[in-house]
Design a protein around this ligand. Structure first.
Ligand SMILES: [Zn+2]
Length: 217
């Protein structure tokens, strides 16, 4: 189920007040148009009714993709993240049968929220993608001594047989690498049983999580 309400915001440019639609939760199978806006990075953009400038907003929102069995809560900070953990534990406990094969994530970053929505929408698993990002980062930093990678993002490719990783470096440069589905499958095969049997919690799947999985016995 999707849940939305109208809230008032103040334009930071012209100080006028206006009403916007705020989604507390989005079931993207029921609201595919909102999924497109999330994936395109337009979801938190609002056009001011008065000065027409684009306002970049941010609020807590639960993303639910029933097709790919994926839920992700974008929260405002650590306290909300703790509440989200309790909420997910309660839901998954109450409805164990429905959610037993669900992937459930929490993040405080709208970039990560959007990225993971894109990963699952493209039919991939973010746990495998995070391990691939980690392995590439280590390899590239090893090959290029003075290069430091800060972040890596998944991007879908027009070619269905591959996807793109976008690496952002500490010197503000960025570059991309095309990754074939063969590489994805080989990493999936190598790590998935380890991932499934691991006790490392999966609410926050990021590079630290990937490193913990790789180094685990
Ligand atoms: Zn305005």
């Amino acid at each position: 189920m999707s849940k939305k309400s109208k809230v008032q915001i103040t334009c930071p440019y012209c100080q006028n007040n206006m009403m916007i639609t705020k989604w507390d939760s989005i079931n993207v199978d029921l609201n595919p148009e909102e999924k497109e806006r999330i994936i395109n990075g337009k979801f938190f953009d609002f056009n001011c009714d008065y000065c027409n400038k684009v306002i970049h907003g941010f609020y807590s929102c639960l993303y639910h993709d029933m097709t790919h069995h994926f839920m992700m809560y974008l929260v405002g900070g650590n306290q909300e993240a703790k509440e989200a953990i309790t909420m997910f534990n309660d839901i998954c406990c109450l409805h164990e049968k429905i959610y037993e094969d669900y992937q459930v994530r929490i993040t405080t970053e709208s970039d990560v929220w959007r990225e993971k929505a894109t990963i699952f929408n493209s039919g991939y698993d973010d746990r495998v993608i995070e391990i691939i990002k980690f392995l590439y980062t280590v390899q590239i930093e090893d090959d290029y001594d003075d290069l430091k990678i800060e972040r890596a993002y998944f991007c879908p490719s027009e070619n269905v047989r591959e996807f793109v990783l976008e690496f952002h470096c500490s010197d503000n440069n960025a570059f991309t690498i095309d990754v074939s589905n063969e590489i994805y499958e080989s990493v999936n095969e190598k790590y998935m049983s380890k991932i499934r049997t691991s006790k490392i919690e999966t609410f926050f799947v990021n590079s630290d999580w990937a490193w913990n999985i790789i180094k685990a016995d």
